[in-house]
Design a binder for this molecule. Structure first.
Ligand SMILES: *Cc1c(COP(=O)(O)O)cnc(C)c1O
Length: 431
């Protein structure tokens, strides 16, 4: 479900005309739909309504303050993976008691920051990290609430190995076979308080099977921990629910046979964990924001070659790296629709000096002209947050839409501001 659709052949985000928005803001820019964000949050929240639960939005997918504040208003917590994200979450109004801290490389400074804030739990990914947390907590005279992130050795069947995290050969989590011993060790540490167990098996998971396999292993593990006398309050199941990147046209709510629905996953959670009396935590990222955002770009040139046509646009891999990094597919819709337009095979590419700089390859594209606007769909997750300034291309603006209203939630960076980050060493600065 999303709120991008054509009205009189002009693509709108909710009731906001994207052609007009492009004229007002300039391209490229990201646009997010509030209604889609809220709807996705609510669908996930409701899928767990039968159990005590906390939805900890995985903010690495999109960490703009306005996105966080919107979700926080509806009751969302946050899954953070750095001290920077923790600061963002707190600043946007996410209560500390709904924040979990994941990631394999937490620094002592970040650990102290999280202890000071009073977060819900640390998701601990190794034994040395457990020691580090204990040490920092001891120095502060507090107790650190922890869950171990276990690695259930399940193949999440993600389309890209780069986002498959639940197999034994990835850097994530603690193998189930070692985890029991480390829990026993954790229980003996003075400044560690075991509160739960955690896992996250990957991203863009398009079948319930990997979840089912992982839930079975986690359930068995929870029962084994209980038998050992550990008290577990929280079971954190991570994120990873896949979203449709193709066939986004209505009635896509019913046309997603290949995408598991949050409600079905919720049923599975209930089936495997409903009788344990624990509070469930989920960490959805992509499922909330991916289809709540688009990247709007303008066609600059059409370059025709003997092999194929290139549609050269003003957005590039530095603005949206997913196509080249993950071979990800994003639909590209014309902002002004012309059903009569002929379709041609083309690559949609940016101005960056890399062959890998493309947004689409070998795509049947409607006949577009220089000056036309295009919307790269499903760009709300792992879009703006992964942007960089390669080729001295300033970060592009982010716009949030609410009905017919819109606001710039991050202005376009200027070239001056970008150059101004550099400093001259004294020996060059004599002049
Ligand atoms: C990235 C990540 C998530 C979110 O994954 P999505 O596929 O975006 O839902 C959740 N938990 C952890 C620990 C992550 O690293």
């Amino acid at each position: 479900m999303h709120h991008f659709s054509y009205h009189h052949n002009v693509l709108c985000a909710e009731q906001t005309n994207l052609a007009q928005l492009a004229a007002d803001v300039g391209t490229p820019f990201y646009a997010y739909s509030t209604a889609t964000l809220v709807r996705h949050y609510q669908v996930i929240d409701q899928s767990l309504a039968a159990l005590p639960h906390v939805v900890c939005y995985s903010m690495k997918a999109n960490s703009n303050q306005a996105v966080l504040a919107t979700l926080a208003q509806w009751g969302s917590g946050a899954d953070v993976v750095s001290g920077g994200e923790l600061a963002r979450a707190l600043r946007a109004g996410v209560p500390a008691h709904k924040i979990v801290f994941s990631g394999v490389g937490k620094t002592p400074y970040e650990i102290a920051q999280a202890l000071k804030a009073g977060i819900l739990q640390f998701n601990v990914e190794s034994e040395p990290e457990l020691h580090a947390i204990n040490t920092v907590a001891e120095s502060m005279g507090v107790s650190a609430p922890i869950a171990l992130r276990v690695n259930p050795d399940v193949d999440s069947e993600s389309f890209s190995e780069k986002i498959n995290t639940g197999k034994a050969d990835t850097k994530f989590g603690i193998p189930l076979t070692d985890a029991k011993k480390i829990y026993a060790h954790a229980a003996s540490m003075k400044n560690i308080k075991i509160v739960g167990v955690d896992m996250h098996i990957g991203s863009q998971i398009l079948s319930l099977d990997p979840f089912r396999a992982a839930y079975q292993r986690l359930r068995d593990f929870v029962l084994a921990l209980r038998a050992d006398g550990h008290q577990l309050t929280y079971i954190d199941l991570g994120g990873g629910l896949g979203v449709p990147y193709e066939e986004l046209h209505a009635p896509y709510e019913n046309a997603t046979a290949n995408t598991p629905q949050p409600a079905d996953l919720g049923k599975l959670v209930h089936e495997y964990f409903g009788d344990l009396g624990c509070t469930m935590i989920v960490e959805p990222g992509r499922a909330i924001v991916a289809n709540a955002g688009v990247l709007v770009t303008q066609v600059m040139y059409i370059k025709k070659t003997a092999h194929k046509n290139f549609i050269i646009v003003d957005a590039a891999m530095n603005d949206l790296i997913r196509p080249t990094l993950y071979e990800a597919y994003h639909e590209i819709w014309p902002v002004m629709k012309n059903d009569a337009a002929q379709k041609n095979l083309a690559d949609v590419v940016g101005p960056v000096c890399e062959t890998g700089d493309f947004l689409a390859q070998d795509r049947m594209m409607p006949d577009v002209q220089a000056g036309d606007f295009l919307a790269v769909m499903s760009a709300g997750a792992y879009g703006a947050v992964m942007a960089g300034t390669y080729n001295t291309r300033p970060l592009v603006p982010e716009v949030m839409v609410k009905g017919g209203d819109w606001a710039i939630i991050r202005p376009r960076q200027t070239v001056d501001a970008l150059i101004g980050l550099d400093r001259m060493p004294g020996w060059l600065d004599q002049g």
